[in-house]
Design a protein around this ligand. Structure first.
Ligand code: ZN
Length: 284
């Protein structure tokens, strides 16, 4: 098993560990040696992060951290570099013409969207989207590999398709965008989506927030409540419709929530199609 697969397995197990608890297991990297001892310890720090370490002296996996954000039914791997303690903050570069073309064609973005979101590139041509806190803080960066652009000279097993560089507080980690690309609350409706690029597209119509997965953190719920939206739509991708309904049920006592049904991902819709959807739900 390569290191990335090992880390993914650890991540799957970590997702089942209750917050604050630890478990011991046989290390999937060294297999616990000939006696198959449970030399791996996984500790779930909080809802979104777990740490792991293998105590066997001759196991070279060492320790690391895994992020537990879910997207498309799969866990999103961040900081999955098995050996690193902390990844350094990535250096970011201006978008290439190829990157602009990709964002324009694949995700129907305009220059205004791209500028508003502050999208840039990493050294190996991955898309970097800075996250926006509810008060324009910058809690982190989402790094996303697009196969059309990625120029990694080697396919390191620990370079995931997506990861989050997180600066500080994770308890309300999400990315906020405002109607007509303002800096503050600018509509009476909020649309909650899974991914950042969809949320950026919605800035043509309404305020929106990207959960960076399908899980809604308590801190994000509190941020939404504090801003006093009259209507909150949960617009998860159509493979997560059941999750959307569950979220609505869970939140209905504290927020004016309902489901916005999507036939496909917002970032894949053309402007006219998205306009129609917004009209249908009376967002505009
Ligand atoms: Zn080991």
């Amino acid at each position: 098993m390569n290191r990335y697969a090992v880390v993914q397995e650890i991540q799957q197990r970590a997702a089942d560990v209750p917050v604050g608890d630890s478990i011991r297991m046989v290390c999937p990297h060294c297999n616990g040696g000939s006696t198959h001892e449970s030399s791996m310890s996984i500790k779930r720090y909080n809802e979104t992060t777990a740490g792991f370490i293998c105590y066997r002296a001759n196991c070279d996996l060492g320790s690391g951290r895994v992020a537990l954000f879910e997207e498309d039914g799969k866990l999103l791997t961040a900081k999955s570099d098995a050996i690193s303690k902390e990844r350094p903050e990535p250096s970011l570069f201006s978008l290439s013409q190829d990157a602009v073309d990709l964002l324009t064609t694949k995700y129907h973005m305009t220059e205004n969207h791209i500028r508003y979101a502050g999208i840039r590139l990493t050294y190996d041509q991955r898309i970097a989207v800075p996250l926006n806190g509810p008060n324009r803080e910058r809690p982190g960066i989402l790094i996303k590999k697009e196969k059309e652009l990625y120029r990694g000279t080697r396919e390191y097993s620990t370079i995931p398709a997506k990861w989050l560089y997180i600066r500080g507080d994770k308890s309300n980690l999400a990315s906020w965008y405002r109607a007509y690309r303002h800096n503050k609350k600018n509509s009476s409706t909020l649309v909650v989506v899974e991914d950042v690029l969809s949320a950026v597209r919605l800035s043509d119509f309404t305020d929106s927030v990207a959960l960076l997965g399908t899980h809604m953190l308590r801190g994000v719920i509190e941020d939404i409540k504090r801003q006093g939206y009259e209507k909150v739509f949960i617009a998860l991708d159509n493979d997560a419709t059941k999750k959307a309904f569950n979220l609505v049920r869970r939140l209905s006592s504290e927020l004016p929530v309902s489901v916005m049904y999507l036939e496909r991902d917002i970032k894949g819709m053309k402007h006219a199609e998205l306009t129609k959807l917004m009209k249908h739900y009376e967002v505009i």
